[in-house]
Design a protein around this ligand. Structure first.
Ligand code: HEM
Length: 166
């Protein structure tokens, strides 16, 4: 019979993983391209509304994906070091954990910080810091691409771990 604890952990892990990496793919593949065609005042207003939500939603869904993934890893490995660190399955998941924490760190340190910096300027009555905003925008974009690249690599590791088993 299927293990109900593993089923619940797997469900939430996958659901939050979709929320996290899905939002990154949507941001890069849809939102960025659509916003590029919007005139400047409307774009600024959209960013002003988007940033406070985005900077909570992305770190939240990322943290929950990692948390549920880590607990699932411990649970499936029965908390046995021999399974968790000495098998190909365990090592694949440790690699995924390191990459996920790196993506999370880049997201917080570069993405969220950059976005909050942009928000300060967007909220100014008459902002005269064009070059600073452009630099923040560049950092924000870079973190989006880096996060998405790492996210896809992690998904590939998930496929390998699921296929390999232990
Ligand atoms: C970008 C982040 C991640 C995403 C999108 C993601 C997504 C997924 C998906 C789609 C599966 C396949 C489930 C299945 O076929 O049943 C899976 C399995 C799994 N993930 Fe993740 N994952 C992520 C990060 C992590 C991290 C950091 C860990 C912690 C070590 C982790 C631990 C696991 C475990 C233990 C499994 C089950 C593997 C197995 O069935 O052998 N995941 N994940």
């Amino acid at each position: 019979m299927a293990d109900p604890v593993a089923l619940v952990l797997r469900f939430f892990h996958i659901a939050f993983g979709i929320a996290w990496i899905g939002a990154m793919m949507y941001g890069v593949g849809v939102l960025r391209r659509a916003l590029a065609q919007v005139d400047m005042p409307a774009r600024k207003e959209t960013m002003r509304r988007l940033i406070p939500i985005l900077t909570q939603y992305l770190p939240g869904s990322a943290a929950m994906t990692i948390l549920f993934g880590f607990v699932l890893y411990l649970w499936m490995g029965a908390f046995e070091p021999a399974v968790l660190v000495e098998t190909a399955w365990g090592r694949t998941l440790i690699a995924a954990l390191v990459l996920a924490l790196t993506a999370f760190g880049i997201g917080l340190g570069v993405g969220v910080r950059g976005a909050r910096g942009m928000l300060v300027h967007l909220n100014e009555e008459a902002c005269t810091h064009g070059p600073e905003v452009a630099a923040l925008q560049k950092r924000f974009n870079m973190s989006q691409f880096a996060g998405l690249g790492l996210g896809l690599l992690i998904v590939a590791l998930m496929v390998v771990a699921t296929e390999t088993g232990f």
